[in-house]
Structures are given as C-alpha cells and as structure tokens.
Design a protein around this ligand. Structure first.
Ligand code: 26A
Length: 337
C-alpha cells in the first residue's frame, strides 16, 4: 500500500536543485516554492517518464522474484492518462493494480532530479492523498486482503493514510501474517512521528536507510547515530503480535547493510552486518528506486520462505540491478536472483 506516482526524471541539471531549494539526496513533499517544478520540467527539460511511487516500485521488485500473480498494490490515482501509464507498467511486470480511482484530482507525480549518484525526489501527491478506508471495504479488495500472506506499507503513506494503514496492520496482527513497513524518508519519522509511533507496534519487518534510521533516533531523543545500535533498539520496541520478533533492516547505500532482531533464529546473534559488493562508479546509471528494489527483493525472498541472510542477498542483487538501469526499473527478460 502506498502512493502511486509517475516519476518525471531529469538527469544532470544541478541548477534545478538551486532553483527549487532541493537537497541533492532527499525525498520531500512539494511546498509553494516547488509548485512550478512539474510544468517547468515538462516545458523546458528532457524528461523521462517512468512508473514510480516507492511502495509500488517495491511491489514490482517483489513480483520480480515471485511466481506469476503473487502481488497486488493498493493506492489512489486520478482518472487520467498518467494512471493508465502506471497500470500498463504494473501489468507488464505482473503486479495487480488494485487502485482506488478518484475523479477530482490528478494522479500524483514526483520530480526526480539526478545529479551524479544522488537523487532528489519532490512529490505532489494529487489523488494519492485521497485514498480512503472505504476502498478497503469493497468486496474485491476485501478478498485480496484475506488472500494476502504478507503486507508492505510505504511509510510515505503515513502523511495522510494512517487509518487505512491500520486496517491492514491490524488484520495482519490478528491473522499472524507478517506486516512490513519502510521508513521511506527522514521527514517521515521527523514530522510524522506520532503516525510512525502508532503503527510501529504492528510492524514485523522494518526497512529503512541510514539517514531515516538517524532521523528516527533523533526524533525519539535516543542520542546515538550508531546504526547497529539504532537497529537493535528499533527491533526491541514493543510489538502487538508477540508470537514473532521484529526484523529491522537498515541499508547504507554502497556500505554494508545491518539487520537486527531480538530473535537469533531470525537474525543470527541478533545483529548481522552484510557487506555490499561495490559497483564500479561508471556502471551506476542512477540511484532512483534502489532502496525500493532492495525492499522488493528482501520481501519477495522472505515470502518464499528464505532466511534473512538469503533475503538480504536478494535485496542487494535487486538494488544492484536497479542502479544499473534508468529510474526505478528492473531487467527484462528476468535474470535469476
Ligand atoms: C509522500 N512522498 C514524498 C512520496 C514519495 C514517493 N513515493 C511515495 N510518496 N516521494 C518520492 N517517492 C518515490 O520514491 C521512489 C524512489 O524511491 C518516487 O516516485 C520514486 O519512484
């Protein structure tokens, strides 16, 4: 479940960062000063349009490693051409689009400014923000939820959709199905702290990167920037479903990935560090969607019953594939993960 967005990607135009007050590597919601960026990009720059939305990318990533017809994605789109493009991208990769269609707002968009290995994401949510819990009451969607064995929530969804997210989270806890969430961006634990705190007890698998983990620690006054320490503390926070321990996985770009759990049957010794195979710099096309690809590979592998070690390896392979392609995309025909 997440915000379906169409990415408008522009490469090597660093002046856009200054013009719109963007950091080279960040993900934000557009404010007044960025309101014109979408029209500006489309009128004055060479734009690559590609299916985005962090959780939707991860869902396509999970589908990549799973048998045909394994995944479905919930989010709200407008009644427009952008939505058709997202549906087509999902259809091509076997992800079922279980969209809520809203009539009065356009499909959301994300301006993606690529400079070197950095990516700046600036989003206007549009229809995505209108997702309502009523969509989850439709018989077809209820059926999907009943049949689902694993859930994944993009943390970005918490800017507007806590109530809907909790419907899935509570179902997962009741039925003892794993519920995963991504921290998504530093601004989520920073500015949507109460929403994160409300859903975290339901989260069985928490995924994020180093800057998001640090932002969580800072907003909870943990007074540490040490990623293994933060991962272990997150793993130990209270949980509704006490029959399984939480797994926390923190990626750090080209540096090693950290996994923590209070259960050493899930994460050997309770804390593991997994080196990342460094790619030659000239092999990297862009890093848009790399974290989502990791999440997709990790969760797909877990859904197949793989160990956390194996799932991290699958996540690394998917991330590595993703950064060698333009935008949040994967290689077809499929390669073995
Ligand atoms: C609420 N915000 C800011 C967002 C996003 C987002 N997905 C959902 N909500 N801001 C950027 N993205 C997506 O992140 C992907 C890269 O990880 C972009 O669409 C991009 O495909």
């Amino acid at each position: 479940m997440g915000n379906p967005l169409l990415d408008m990607q522009v490469v090597n135009k660093p002046e856009l960062l200054d013009k719109y007050g963007l950091k080279p590597n960040d993900a934000i919601l557009a404010e007044g000063k960025q309101a014109d960026i979408y029209d500006d990009l489309q009128a004055n720059y060479q734009v690559e349009y590609v299916a985005g939305g962090a959780a939707q990318n991860a869902a396509r990533g999970a589908q990549y490693v799973l048998p045909e017809g394994s995944t479905a994605y919930l989010g709200a789109v407008g009644s427009d051409k952008l939505a058709d493009q997202l549906r087509a991208a999902n259809d091509k990769e076997g992800l079922h689009s279980a969209y809520q269609v809203v009539d009065d707002k356009p499909t959301g968009a994300c301006a993606v400014i690529i400079t070197g290995h950095d990516r700046s994401l600036c989003t206007t949510l549009g229809a995505a923000e209108s997702f309502s819990p009523s969509h989850l009451d439709k018989p077809e969607i209820k059926g999907l939820i009943e049949r689902a064995q694993n859930f994944y929530l993009g943390g970005f969804f918490l800017t507007h959709g806590l109530e809907s997210a909790l419907v899935l989270a509570k179902h997962a806890a009741e039925k003892n199905k794993p519920f995963a969430m991504n921290l998504s961006a530093p601004f989520i634990p920073q500015f949507f702290k109460s929403q994160v705190d409300e859903i975290l007890p339901y989260v069985d698998v928490l995924i994020g990167n180093e800057s998001e983990a640090e932002a969580y620690a800072a907003s909870h006054e943990w007074d540490t920037k040490d990623i293994p320490t933060i991962a272990q503390k997150l793993a130990a926070l209270p949980k509704k479903n006490e029959s399984t321990a939480r797994i926390v996985v923190i990626t750090q770009g080209a540096s090693s990935t950290v996994a923590a759990s209070t259960s050493s049957s899930l994460v050997p010794s309770g804390l593991q560090t997994y080196p990342v195979e460094a790619l030659a710099s000239d092999k990297i096309v862009d890093t848009n969607g790399a974290g989502d690809a990791f999440a997709g590979g990790f969760l797909g592998a877990r859904a197949l019953g793989k160990s956390v070690d194996e799932a991290v390896e699958a996540g690394h392979k998917m991330g590595q594939m993703n950064v060698q392609l333009s935008g949040p995309t994967f290689k077809f025909p499929k390669v073995q993960i």
